[in-house]
Design a protein around this ligand. Structure first.
Ligand SMILES: Nc1nc(=O)c2c([nH]1)NC[C@@H]1CN(c3ccc(C(=O)N[C@@H](CCC(=O)O)C(=O)O)cc3)C=[N+]21
Length: 305
């Protein structure tokens, strides 16, 4: 469990939820409850922070994407619950330029009280994401998006932050006792934020990893071979039971708002008829992403290399 060693040294543990898992009604499919697991990490943070520097996250939010505003609000709420500090910097669309964002980043890089810097994505079209992110000091990259962070994941050194969503997925698989070593893991999606770091993490835990994406041929057949399927394709309820091997573990990383206002992911709930476990949307990976952001900020404050 090398991916968790930096957190472990700081006192965090992955709680064992394998014995207490609930099942989807009328099925043999376990619910991997990211909300419950996230709450356990928050309560660990509340205890561990005693006598230490209060971790502080600075969030830069640009534009008026309503989903971004909701996510940032959720992040700040969780940080408050953990007794951590957060600061937010808001730039309206009209006010957003590369220079403005970079000048805020430079100020935060030099601020000793600020442990982590998060630039909420997506950014407006007129700014270059890589250029902006590269201004963040690697030790303050709590998103795990920088080349140094992905690099430490790729080499297996784990000296930097692990991208929050994949980190949360792995913590959840461990918490629910899912065996990873030697299993066929299929990651559908190849983004820098989810698909790529997710694949590297599964590889580091000895899974046989296949990365599938929009150009992949025979996607269904490849998914049908997955013992562990990570769905991050960005198409609502696209993965249904016909893609799932009997007793596979399925993690839904998609998030979409339906016309009726309800949230759904990339996975159709009928997978519960064949899968042994599912991480649902909402209540799965989303809350875990925020929990791992909090953990990465704690590590930035307390586990200096
Ligand atoms: N620099 C950066 N870092 C991020 O980590 C980042 C980002 N930009 N941009 C957007 C995505 C998306 N993301 C989510 C976090 C929590 C939920 C979450 O809490 N979801 C709840 C539901 C929330 C709701 O009600 O809308 C759930 O799934 O149960 C969802 C999505 C972080 N992201």
């Amino acid at each position: 469990m090398k991916f968790f060693s930096r957190a472990q040294k700081t006192g965090f543990v992955i709680p064992d939820l394998s014995k207490t898992a609930a099942f989807y009604e009328g099925t043999n499919c376990k619910i991997m409850n990211g909300k419950a697991l996230s709450a356990q990490f928050i309560s660990q943070a509340q205890t561990l922070r005693n006598g230490k520097k209060i971790p502080c996250l600075a969030v830069i939010l640009t534009g008026d994407n309503p989903a971004s505003h909701v996510y940032v609000k959720n992040k700040i709420k969780i940080f408050n619950e953990a007794g951590f500090e957060s600061q937010s910097f808001y730039l309206s669309s009209a006010d957003t330029s590369e220079e403005k964002i970079i000048s805020i980043i430079h100020k935060l890089n030099n601020d000793k009280n600020v442990d982590g810097i998060l630039v909420q994505l997506p950014l407006p079209k007129n700014v270059n994401v890589e250029k902006i992110l590269n201004e963040i000091l690697p030790e303050k990259d709590v998103d795990g998006f920088l080349a140094q962070s992905i690099g430490s994941l790729a080499t297996g050194e784990f000296t930097h932050a692990i991208a929050c969503t994949p980190f949360g997925v792995l913590a959840m698989l461990y918490s629910y006792g899912v065996e990873i070593s030697g299993k066929n893991a299929v990651v559908v999606g190849r983004s820098n934020i989810v698909g790529k770091p997710m694949s590297l993490l599964l590889l580091s835990t000895d899974a046989t990893v296949t990365i599938a994406h929009s150009k992949t041929k025979q996607l269904k057949e490849i998914c049908q071979n997955a013992d562990i399927l990570i769905a991050a394709i960005g198409k609502p309820e696209f993965i249904d039971k016909s893609y799932i091997k009997k007793n596979a573990v399925v993690v839904d990383v998609g998030i979409h708002r339906k016309e009726n206002g309800k949230l759904c992911g990339d996975v159709h709930t009928n997978v519960t008829e064949v899968a042994q476990a599912l991480s649902p949307v909402p209540g799965g990976v989303g809350p875990m992403t925020i929990a791992m952001l909090m953990l990465n900020t704690a590590l930035a404050a307390w586990a200096k290399n």
